[in-house]
Design a protein around this ligand. Structure first.
Ligand code: ADP
Ligand code: DAR
Length: 429
């Protein structure tokens, strides 16, 4: 156990040192004493080799790794991290008492934190910053890289199993077979006496080869956008999809952005529920660094029939969705699956996945399927007081989430319309 812990810390330290060498960490200089030492000792390629390969103990890298392990142990024994991050740790302790529903504070263990190396502690503070800066958070944490769920499993495991109401042995199995849902796979809302509804099925996805949005810097956000442009161009060239790319990046760092849209077009797309709203206005995402560098690396592709949309640069690197007004929810679901298969077949598209948690997402709430299937439905009797309070009271016990018609953290529609969707994402089919 300890050797795994030491190796993990060494990997984290060396990876952080490599990252701090290559892009001078945005949140101030790396707090580790280790980075300059390791940086002086050799290039990123040495670190890359070291961080992810079992090294011969007597090699230069082997010595670096054991030095890193020893420095971690000294920092832990001296409690260096406890003083460097004292103010953050005090805020976490305060939220732990004041907001027992804040799972990040609830499961944050200062003793375990003390044993991490300074680079890992810096990452851990970034993971839970949204929680101690927004005490009303239900989760209060976002992963910074896809590997964080493994590297900080002592923290994430209890958070995830508490939020998703799962036992210690539950493992997510990805299974798109919905033939046993509804009437042999047909989900027609008119059979429930409902009119045609606005329906949307979305998944969150992240490329394994990039950081998650919380730890991207502007350069990486633009690099991600450019990587996705190649995939979007294949969709635009496909007669099944066609469509347009709408980008918010003022420029691409090394030249103009050919897909830049006007503020007017952006606001029109937000109003049509096609584009996501200004992330800088979301305190949870802002604290997590997910809204940083706004609006660089943000935008979407939309198909010519306007029913298929892929966001880039929101809470997850990608939100892939199908949306239309109709009665057959299974048709929206199946069209999304078909589009996802097309996207995943494109060279360079390799989504981050976990053997335990399925598809990796920034927020632990979206792990597994990453899917939210929602309908906008008018419920005037439940919303007669102008709020979603009664709707939430009834929907909650049924495993349904209620949101406003503008999405998360927005008010219900003036006509009593709410956004209803299943809460479950993980350890389900
Ligand atoms: P997400 O579903 O990706 O977690 P939000 O809940 O914030 O994000 O919703 C994002 C956008 O999608 C918002 O503009 C919201 O109005 C829109 N939306 C969600 N569900 C539907 C739906 N069933 N019909 C139309 N728009 C929808
Ligand atoms: N404020 C965050 C939201 C968690 C779920 N919503 C997401 N991921 N958009 C919280 O921890 O409550």
């Amino acid at each position: 156990m300890f050797s795994r812990f030491a190796r993990t810390t060494a990997k984290t330290s060396l990876r952080t040192a490599r990252r701090s060498m290559s892009n001078s960490s945005r949140r101030g200089p790396a707090t580790s004493l280790r980075a300059p030492l390791v940086a002086g000792a050799g290039g990123a390629s040495l670190l890359a080799a070291a961080a992810y390969s079992e090294c011969a103990p007597n090699s230069v890298i082997g010595h670096l790794q054991s030095l890193s392990d020893r420095m971690t142990a000294i920092e832990g024994a001296l409690g260096v991290g406890l003083s460097v991050f004292r103010s953050e740790l005090d805020k976490i302790a305060s939220v732990k008492t004041s907001n027992p529903g804040n799972r990040a504070a609830k499961y944050f263990d200062e003793g375990w934190f003390a044993g991490l190396g300074l680079p890992a502690q810096k990452t851990m503070i970034n993971i839970v910053r949204t929680g101690f800066e927004n005490p009303d958070s239900g989760l209060g944490c976002y992963a910074m890289t896809p590997s964080d769920y493994d590297e900080f499993s002592e923290f994430f495991e209890p958070v995830i199993r508490d939020y998703h109401g799962a036992g210690p042995d539950a493992v997510h199995v990805t299974d798109w077979d919905a033939s046993d849902v509804g009437e042999n796979g047909v989900l027609d809302v008119t059979k429930l006496g409902l009119p045609e509804l606005s329906m949307r099925v979305r998944v969150g996805r992240n490329l394994a080869s990039f950081n998650l949005p919380g730890s991207m810097d502007q350069a990486e956000r633009i690099r991600f956008e450019k990587t996705m442009l190649k995939a979007f161009e294949k969709l635009v060239d496909d007669p099944e999809y066609g469509g347009n790319i709408y980008s918010l990046s003022p420029d691409h760092g090394d030249g103009p952005n050919p897909n830049l849209i006007s503020d007017k077009k952006y606001n029109e797309l937000v109003k049509a529920h096609v584009m996501f709203k200004d992330m800088d206005a979301d305190p949870y995402l802002k604290s997590a660094g997910i809204a940083s560098d706004w609006p660089y690396g943000r935008g979407c592709w939309q198909s010519k029939d306007k029913q298929c949309i892929i966001w880039f640069g929101e809470e997850d690197q990608l939100r892939i969705m199908c949306m239309k007004k109709g009665s057959r929810l299974d048709e929206v679901f199946n069209r999304l699956k078909k589009m996802l298969d097309t996207v995943e077949s494109i060279d360079g598209i390799n989504f981050a996945k976990s053997d335990k948690y399925g598809y990796i997402t920034s927020c632990p709430s979206n792990l597994g399927t990453g899917m939210r299937a929602s309908v906008h439905v008018k419920v005037p009797n439940l919303t007669s007081d102008g709020t979603d309070r009664k709707a939430k009271e009834i929907c909650g016990p049924l495993g349904l989430s209620v949101r406003g018609t503008g999405g998360e953290h927005t008010p219900i529609g003036a006509d009593g319309t709410i956004d209803v969707s299943p809460r479950a994402r993980l350890f389900i089919k």
